[in-house]
Design a protein around this ligand. Structure first.
Ligand code: GUN
Length: 391
């Protein structure tokens, strides 16, 4: 649900429960300010997702180009998928200082079932942590075991699964413009995907179970987005730990807790599978040397955090569907950046890709149109209720 009921109630209940300077203003002006802040938050999170997606793809390409696989004549396949899954989650401690820096409204003491809600929230964080570890590992496998075109074709189903889960779990309301946006996004993602240096060379291309596991990754990713939204709306907002508001601190809390669990799961996977024994060989094979090996992993870890914080922010402020639309719409821009940064054979920014870039503007534009209309409707409703009170 976009600008969901919770936020509508927020606007009203904030007036009563958490008086703040802007609430001395008229309800109309206060709603205007609230909506303006909301747009700024949405655009900021959108920027984080696109920046994160671009940085991740640049660094992943750098990592696999440096990995020297082409020059090894046996066992070409890079095996570090637990490591890649761990890197996707493990840099969350950089968010802890931010968590304390970001302002938090006073907790609201009114709820008496806080302990029960917090217990359920803890359970949700544990479940989400396992789910995120699973999709991190499965996407990493899919990327390495299938041709990247096939990988994107399979992983495009993530948006379809997100839509299905959102309809069931979040009772998502579709508009004509959102449906247009979703269809365009799937097409853009499939046709505008970037070049990927980690894909298997031709004689390794076996569409084994690992490649098809991308389906499972897409299901897990879609489910995690919808459960994050459910967790915000039905648990975290209701604990009133942050007053009655949706604030950025909630994004940081969710990301830190889920990533902590996911990192532990990936760490166990790394050691239980024996993959940790490959780390030394991998770092020695790295063309630019061990320091760059470590630096590129650190850079990847940080970039994944930028991406995740943006994505979870979009889920909080808008919805899981919108988060996935933005993530997938960044594909043509990422492709353009990869063309500029790398010298891959046959990789250029030709007309079909320019078409997908234009498609991105249309897909995001039609989603934004729905969001704009919903905000406007709220303003009209407020005006009508004010007028009826005056009469
Ligand atoms: N959700 C998701 N989508 C992707 N598209 C390409 N790579 C990924 C990934 O790791 N996760």
């Amino acid at each position: 649900m976009e600008m969901p009921e919770a936020s509508k109630q927020n606007v009203e209940s904030e007036h009563v429960q958490n008086p703040e300077p802007d609430q001395i203003l008229s309800p109309r002006r206060s709603l205007q300010l609230h909506q303006r802040k909301w747009w700024i938050s949405v655009l900021f999170c959108l920027f984080l997702v696109v920046a994160g997606d671009s940085l991740v793809m640049l660094l992943l390409n750098f990592f696999y180009v440096q990995d020297n696989r082409q020059e090894s004549d046996q066992d070409l396949q890079y095996k570090g998928t637990w490591l890649q899954a761990l890197v996707q989650n493990a840099a969350f401690p950089i968010l802890i200082p931010l968590f304390f820096i970001f302002p938090s409204p006073k907790p609201n003491q009114e709820t008496n079932n806080t302990r029960f809600l917090s217990f359920r929230l803890l359970f949700l964080y544990l479940f989400l942590g396992v789910l995120v570890a699973a999709h991190s590992k499965l996407f990493a496998l899919g990327k390495l075991y299938a041709n990247y075109g096939v990988f994107t074709l399979i992983s495009a189903t993530q948006l379809i699964f997100t839509v299905v889960f959102a309809a069931i779990i979040n009772r998502f309301k579709f508009t004509r413009w959102i449906i247009i946006s979703i269809i365009l996004t799937v097409l853009i993602y499939v046709f505008g995907s970037p070049e990927f240096g980690g894909e298997p060379v031709e004689n390794e291309e076996f569409y084994s179970i690992q490649a098809w596991l991308t389906f499972a990754a897409s299901v897990a990713f879609a489910l995690s987005l919808c459960l994050v939204q459910l967790g915000f709306e039905k648990l975290l907002v209701k604990t009133k730990r942050y007053g009655n508001k949706k604030v950025f601190r909630m994004v940081l809390e969710m990301q830190i807790c889920v990533s902590l669990v996911a990192s532990l799961v990936c760490l166990v996977g790394l050691f239980a599978s024996g993959e940790y024994k490959e780390l030394k060989g991998d770092s020695e094979r790295f063309k630019k040397g061990e320091t760059y090996y470590v630096l590129s992993l650190v850079g990847l870890g940080l970039s994944w955090q930028v991406w995740s914080v943006g994505l979870i922010g979009l889920v909080l402020y808008v919805s899981g569907v919108f988060g996935d639309v933005v993530h997938m719409c960044s594909s043509p821009l990422v492709a353009l950046i990869v063309v500029l940064a790398f010298d891959f054979m046959d990789d250029d920014f030709s007309w079909p890709r320019i078409g997908t870039l234009i498609g991105t503007v249309l897909a995001l534009g039609s989603y934004f149109y729905t969001l704009h209309k919903r905000n406007k409707k709220k303003m009209v409703e407020l005006n009508q209720s004010e007028n009826s009170v005056e009469v």
